[in-house]
Structures are given as structure tokens and as C-alpha cells.
Design a protein around this ligand. Structure first.
Ligand code: NAD
Length: 260
């Protein structure tokens, strides 16, 4: 029997990268999965892969910064699968990385809207359904950036959003423990996904600080990982193995952020 047999999972940003890897992993373990994303074609492809492997998944178009879209996506999940047990607020962007006097208000807002407001909206609309089930597990994808490292020049909006997610997760863990709802965050280091291709960097070379590191990286696998490495951590946190774990951030970076 799979570790998530009978569970229903709602995964934002599930069409690509860490979200897609986690959707596949959760489905392998018996969960029925709803992918919420803004990339319908990629989302459908992940659903097909899951179906071919014998799992069950659906796709719903949902911009996580839009309250009505998130409300409707959560409702569609509950209506299709009959309830909700696991919520993975994972959708996120790097946005624009630029010197603070160049970074525009609209650019700041977009990063915070998707990464932080999107996390709040996902949890906000999902929680009544977790309470109705008598418990559940909330996972949030934060980052080493903004929580343990501050070494990406110009990533002030991104790092702020990622730090905010961890504070939010801890508040929610305390608030919802009485409802048997756990809340945790994963903080990945460098994971091979598509996020870098969608990053806009402007003049960050002007504000970088040179740091001298030891020769070579002492971290596991040079500190680089794949979506499945994060997915397996999420599986632990979402499943019964993590039943007494709430309010923590787990670094998934091979130890790299201990040093930089
Ligand atoms: P990715 O770009 O491969 O996947 C992100 C997914 O989120 C995409 O499918 C994208 O369409 C979706 N998305 C973007 N904006 C959205 C919106 N408004 N509404 C709904 N979906 C939206 O990137 P990834 O690396 O898998 O990123 C997932 C999460 O991991 C992000 O929160 C990111 O900050 C975090 N993260 C990634 C790394 C890394 O090295 N890849 C490191 C630390 C944290």
C-alpha cells in the first residue's frame, strides 16, 4: 500500500519542476492529485504521465495571486476528488533581480503577489476543507534564499517573499495544530528546474560582493539537486511518517547553505 493511499493533494505550480516532481511522487504513493498552474499544456502532460504510470491526476488553470481563481481551483479539487488532505503551496517565480533603486514597484509587487500572497490565498481557501476532513498537511516551498543565504545580488523581493513564507508557516502551524493540521516548509537549494529561464536580471554585477570560498564544494553532490529530492522530503512531511512534525523548515540543499 502506498504511503498516501486515499489522500487528495492540491499542488500549485505542479506543471513544472519541484511541483511536477512532487505530483508524480505523491501519485506513485497512491494520492489523487490536482495540479493548479498557469501552464495548461505542461500541466496536462504531467497528468498524462501520472495516468500512464497508473495514478490519478487532474489539472486546473489557476493564477495563485488571484483569490477567485484559487477559490475555484480548490473547490474543483474537492468536487472532483471528494475532499482535501494535503496542500502544497509551491508555485513561485524568481521575478526580477536588480539593484533596489532600479527595481520597480510593479516588479516588487508581482514577486510578492505570486510567492507570498499566493501562499496565503492557497492556504486560506484550503483550510476549511482540511478542517472538514479532521486534519491534514500543508507544505510550502520557501528557499535557502532569504532564510539561510543572502547571496543572490538583487534578489531582494524574492528573498523577502521566501522569508515571509517561513514566518507565515510558523504562525499557521500554531494556529491549526488544534485541528490536527500540520504546516511545514521545504527550503530547496539549487534544484534543476525551469525557474532560472524565467528570471530577469538587470545590473546585478554592479552590486555583487566577491566572496572567497574553499576550493570545491563540501556539500552533498556539490549542493545541486533534482525535483525528486524535494519531492521525497515533501512525501515524508505529508505522510504519516511526519505525523509529529509541524512548524519547521527543512533545508533540501545537500548542506550547501551552511557555507554560502
Ligand atoms: P519552475 O519554474 O520549474 O516551476 C514553477 C511553476 O510555478 C511553473 O509551472 C509555473 O507555471 C508555476 N507558476 C508561476 N507563476 C504562477 C502563478 N501565478 N500561478 C500558478 N502557477 C504559477 O520552478 P521550480 O524551481 O520548480 O519552483 C517551484 C518553487 O520552488 C518556487 O516557489 C521557487 O521559489 C522554489 N525554489 C526553487 C529553487 C530552485 O533552485 N529551482 C530553489 C529554491 C526554491
Amino acid at each position: 500500500m502506498g504511503m498516501l493511499e486515499g489522500k487528495v493533494a492540491f499542488i500549485t505550480g505542479g506543471a513544472s519542476g519541484i511541483g511536477a516532481g512532487t505530483a508524480r511522487r505523491f501519485a506513485q504513493e497512491g494520492a489523487r492529485v490536482m495540479i493548479a498552474d498557469v501552464q495548461a499544456e505542461e500541466g496536462a502532460r504531467v497528468c498524462d504521465e501520472i495516468a500512464r504510470a497508473g495514478g490519478e491526476a487532474g489539472y486546473v488553470d489557476c493564477n495563485v495571486s488571484d483569490p477567485e481563481a484559487v477559490r475555484a481551483a480548490v473547490a474543483a479539487t474537492v468536487s472532483r476528488f471528494g475532499g482535501l488532505d494535503i496542500v502544497f503551496a509551491n508555485a513561485g517565480i524568481n521575478g526580477v533581480w536588480a539593484p533596489i533603486d532600479e527595481l520597480q514597484p510593479g516588479e516588487w509587487d508581482r514577486t510578492l503577489d505570486i510567492n507570498l500572497r499566493g501562499t496565503y490565498l492557497t492556504v486560506h481557501f484550503a483550510v476549511p476543507h482540511l478542517k472538514a476532513r479532521g486534519g491534514g498537511s500543508i507544505l510550502i516551498t520557501s528557499s535557502v534564499n532569504g532564510t539561510r543565504t543572502f547571496s543572490s545580488p538583487g534578489a531582494s523581493a524574492y528573498s523577502t517573499s521566501k522569508a515571509g513564507q517561513v514566518a507565515f508557516m510558523k504562525m499557521i502551524a500554531l494556529e491549526l495544530g488544534r485541528h490536527q493540521i500540520r504546516c511545514n516548509a521545504v527550503c530547496p537549494g539549487l534544484i534543476h528546474t525551469h525557474i532560472g529561464e524565467r528570471t530577469e536580471q538587470r545590473h546585478t554585477e554592479e552590486i555583487g560582493i566577491e566572496v572567497e570560498l574553499p576550493q570545491g564544494s563540501p556539500a552533498l553532490r556539490g549542493g545541486e539537486g533534482d525535483p525528486v529530492d524535494v519531492a521525497d522530503t515533501c512525501l515524508f512531511l505529508a505522510s504519516d511518517l511526519g505525523r509529529h512534525v509541524s512548524g519547521v523548515e527543512v533545508y533540501v540543499d545537500g548542506g550547501a547553505s551552511l557555507l554560502r
